[in-house]
Design a protein. Structure first.
Length: 275
């Protein structure tokens, strides 16, 4: 039985290199529409609803939401689509997954961009505390029986300091509408099995990474600026750029600066054949 029925969107031009986009927690394949619009002249793209999000169906066990199984399933999807190598971009949860893919399948990814991402937690104590916190959030998600209560949950979620002034951003209603396409119970499962407290620490493997990394973090996201700088020190094949006028959701808050950094990192590749 096929465990993963991925909902995805593939826009493929064989004369344009391909970027795979991995969204963050509570996102979906629409997450990067603004970024893709500005990159589509030079790149093909594949966007995916990750397990627990959007219209992707997981028909296996709850454990199949875990990062290592999800990563294997994405590699299998790339194989089915005959994508042997590509660029990779991941945001937040999708960035954690993207880093796991990079470190475990380095031959598949030419260059990788991580937005507001982390290699995970370093100690068992930290992971245990995070799992306890995530279980409380998952419980609240499961209590969102109606769309109105889910909307209230989301409005409370974006009050967190990590998101800065996102709720005052002109695109916040668009963000909220996108998040409301998800199902709270499925989000809770994703948090239970692929939350930061569940994933293996990637700090040590990061030292041996040879795939070029671009780390993008928002200037108002102090936590991830610190994590990004530490990642940069750990990995000699990394570059870090701090995005102005943005907190955690940099691709929403300052799309143009994010795109400019992506273009500079990947180079102007229009007209080249994909690897």
């Amino acid at each position: 039985m096929q465990k993963y029925r991925f909902h995805y969107s593939l826009n493929l031009n064989h004369f344009k290199p391909l970027i795979v986009f991995l969204h963050g927690f509570m996102g979906n394949l629409d997450e990067f529409d603004g970024v893709i619009k500005l990159l589509s002249d030079d790149f093909s793209y594949l966007t995916i609803d990750l397990p627990g999000h959007g219209k992707t169906l997981l028909l296996g066990e709850d454990e199949d939401y875990q990062m290592e199984y999800t990563a294997l399933a994405i590699i299998q999807l790339l194989d089915e689509l005959k994508i042997s190598q590509c660029f990779l971009l991941g945001y937040s949860m999708g960035g954690r997954l993207g880093l796991y893919l990079t470190l475990n399948f380095p031959q598949r990814f030419i260059q990788v961009i991580l937005l507001s991402a982390s290699p995970g937690l370093t100690t068992d104590t930290e992971r245990l505390a995070r799992r306890q916190s995530d279980r409380q959030i998952a419980r609240k998600l499961r209590e969102c029986g109606e769309k109105s209560s889910f909307a209230n949950f989301l409005n409370h979620w974006y009050n967190q300091p990590i998101f800065g002034n996102l709720k005052s951003h002109p695109r916040y209603p668009e963000i909220l509408a996108s998040r409301l396409k998800n199902h709270p119970e499925e989000l809770a499962k994703s948090l239970d099995f692929m939350g930061t407290g569940q994933q293996p620490s990637l700090w040590e493997p990061l030292k041996n990474n040879h795939v070029p990394l671009l780390l993008l973090v928002g200037e108002a996201d102090e936590k991830f600026v610190s994590i990004g700088l530490q990642m940069h020190r750990q990995c000699q094949y990394s570059h870090i750029k701090i995005i102005s006028q943005a907190a955690h959701s940099i691709h929403w808050e300052n799309t143009m600066e994010v795109v400019e950094n992506i273009q500079a990192f990947l180079g102007r590749v229009s007209g080249q054949s994909p690897p």
